[in-house]
Design a protein around this ligand. Structure first.
Ligand code: 13P
Ligand code: SF4
Length: 302
């Protein structure tokens, strides 16, 4: 592994490349990245680099967002099969039908969507700014997709009418975390604070001490004085938490909260991606132009 890491570092220097990694990536991938963060931070960081090549270790919609914001940079995704299943749940046709049914509504889409659907949105949001974005919209009715759990979280912060599209869109990794998991965790760790992601089901959100994006969770755990935390999100975040808050204790709310797609990038695939400069994220000029606008609006609003 040591030799591979040296080769990766040499290739990064030679090609003026950086590695951006999401908080759920494998520990060894997080450790060789120039930056590790949540979806919003990764979008901002992708715009804020002088590198020619971005190796994006995450899932498809995150790499696409980096590409949309950087038309003159090459964005390479080490495993082209790292496809977020939730993003697939809102195809363009479904959104077009909802827009026809609610012509006066504005469309806010979670960044976890296909670029072709983003192209139809008024604004994008992430888990870090969903409430802020919904409140900033002009319309009194908002079509919000694809995650109906995140829609529930956003609805709690506004009197606007939020309509989930599709009705039951969800992240399989978070949606399977049950209220019984939370009750068991509270029994097992009575002094721990419970922090959950807004992709969790309403019953879990309602019983948590905090609800936050992945990097929001890191901030809470490092800022507050508590020493023990139950973490209700994909288990990959625990690596970063243990690094940034050494001495504190972290317990996963569910050990089965593993996103298989997020685990697809490996050091071997990153080395190959750097060597071959592929697979590259490629979008049509039309989608690039249409999908970039609602992302830029989100960045301006949050
Ligand atoms: P964050 O933006 O909170 O990192 O969430 C991304 C994601 O895919 C959660 O499942
Ligand atoms: Fe998609 Fe869920 Fe995996 Fe996040 S954890 S990338 S929302 S499937």
């Amino acid at each position: 592994m040591e030799l591979r890491i040296e080769r990766i570092e040499r290739l990064k220097r030679k090609k003026n490349a950086i590695v951006l990694a999401h908080n759920y990536q494998r520990p060894e991938v997080q450790d060789i990245a120039e930056f590790v963060g949540d979806s919003l931070e990764l979008a901002r960081r992708a715009m804020d680099t002088s590198a020619d090549i971005i190796i994006f270790c995450g899932v498809d919609f995150m790499a696409e967002t980096a590409a949309l914001l950087n038309p003159h940079k090459r964005v390479i995704i080490p495993d082209i099969c790292a496809i977020c299943p939730m993003a697939q749940q809102l195809p363009r046709e479904v959104l077009l039908a909802a827009k026809r049914a609610y012509p006066d509504a504005e469309v806010v889409l979670y960044v976890n969507t296909l670029a072709e659907s983003k192209a139809l949105a008024d604004c994008i949001c992430t888990s870090a700014n969903a409430r802020e974005i919904v409140r900033a919209m002009d319309a009194s009715t908002i079509l919000f997709g694809p995650d109906h759990n995140l829609a529930y979280y956003a609805q709690k912060a506004t009197s606007k009418k939020i309509i989930p599209v599709p009705e039951h869109g969800n992240c399989p990794t978070h949606h399977q975390i049950a209220l019984e998991d939370l009750i068991k965790a509270k029994d097992a760790h009575p002094s721990a604070k419970i922090i959950v992601h807004p992709e969790c089901i309403p019953e879990v959100q309602d019983r948590a001490d905090y609800i936050a994006s992945t990097s929001g969770m890191v901030k809470i755990c490092t800022d507050v004085e508590d020493e023990e935390f139950v973490i209700g999100t994909e288990v990959g975040l625990l690596h970063r938490l243990e690094k940034e808050a050494p001495g504190k204790k972290f317990y996963p709310l569910s050990t089965t909260a593993v996103c298989p797609q997020m685990k697809m990038p490996t050091l071997e695939k990153i080395e190959a991606a750097l060597e071959q400069e592929k697979p590259e994220v490629v979008l049509t000029p039309e989608i690039m132009e249409q999908a970039r606008k609602p992302i830029e609006r989100m960045l301006a609003l949050s």
